[in-house]
Design a binder for this molecule. Sequence first.
Ligand code: FAD
Length: 466
Amino acid sequence: MADYAKIIEELEGIAVEDNPALVKQKSRDFYWYSPILKEELDNVVGDLVVSPTTEEEVIRTLKVAFAHGVPVTPRGGGTGNYGQAMPLSGGIVLNLINMNKVKEILPGRVICEPGIIISELDRQTKEHSGQELRFHPSTKQTASIAGFIAGGSGGVGSITWGGLRDLGNILRLRVVTMEAEPRVLELSAWDLQKVSHAYGTNGIITEVEMPLAPAYDWVDVIVGYDDFMDAVKFADTLAHKNGILLKEVAPIAAPIPFDYFTRHKPWLKEGQSVVVLMVAPHSMEAFLALADKMKGDVRFRSDTVESMKGIPHAYELAWNHTTLRALKLDTNITYLQVQYPGPDHVEKVRVMTELFPDEVICHLEFIKFDGHIQCAGLPLVRYTTKERLEEIIRIHEENGCPIFNPHRYTLEEGGMKQTDQVQLAFKKETDPKGLLNPGKMIAWENPDFDFSAGKNYLFPGLEVLS
Ligand code: FAD
């Protein structure tokens, strides 16, 4: 057991919290979306929360932690879904939310600290010069920019701009290493892949430079269809229209909208599927012309309702907010993350939807992927057992629809089921003792782990807790 009294002493001048209830609160994220992770991670808790306000304080904290051999798990808003910010080996939770200043806003770019909440960042860039982030997670109101980079993938705006791993969608990061004498590294271009979506396992991000796009007063629109596949075809046709500027295109199957989008209920029709959209104001006329041609039933427009008071943004109906809205009313719901590789993505959606009537309810997000319009899915699943969930995953994969498993806490099992050698090599360089966010990179913990054996990885630290 580390000497935390001594550690607190050595961190004098930096905000430290050891009240067990508060430490527990900062040791959680949205892992409970998954009944499997809920069971596995429920007992995870850190020993200390350290909340630096400057890069210098981050460096001091890492130096002390390294000297004591104490794990450090970085945390932003704590909105990750797979226990990403949960300290599987205890130790220090490094709460970066107080490093929240915007440093400079320039044409097409912003430089800021890691912990700024994304909606606040967008507010400041919009007010400064009519600019906004190219895309953001649907948790914009609560997530931090560095948490998005280290834990997220894409979101609202990805229909035009692609995802975080696309070259050019992050410009530069400053990263502090976990060594006896922590170094500060500047990463750009290909090097960004070392830390983007690495769950903070190989460095602490202390400064972020992101590209910006022109900001618009996006119009929220909901279009209804009696048949879900008509909604998907409309979304696909619209997403391919080069001249219509969109920020969000999400077909969502009945009964999700009417049953779970409670604040929008007055505008929705029972039994209808919908497409949730964000459209640039100057594209509305063209958009409406297409919706009319494709017999879409325009149920809701934020530019024509009397007041938006109490009505959530369209993006808070989409991405993992769809799941959240369902979970609030039905705790037996969980979800999957599905790819429907093109060019026959619409047909793949049809096949998968017909295979699981009522059990897997479709929710798609249209995105630009390597220059091509594609769709990814965050379908809701009426959960029965672990075994059935595994079976549903297997059937998707047998039908050419890979699953990015949201019921796993490791980078590999949640992603491509293989080690990212670039991230692993960087970890060897930046975190020689393996103290940053332990348990999340299998290749570090168990280099011989056989991904083809069909067994889940269990971080030994978790066995101790259970
Ligand atoms: P946290 O959860 O605090 O951390 C995420 C990861 O980043 C952790 O591994 C943490 O250790 C690491 N980290 C945090 N700060 C740093 C740092 N400074 N340096 C190094 N590592 C760091 N994700 C999407 O990509 N798109 C979506 O649209 C989306 N929608 C969501 C909707 C809901 C309702 C929920 C619950 C989640 C959603 N997510 C989505 C997941 C999550 O909200 C986002 O990825 C979010 O951006 C994470 O930011 P955060 O500040 O909450 O990060």
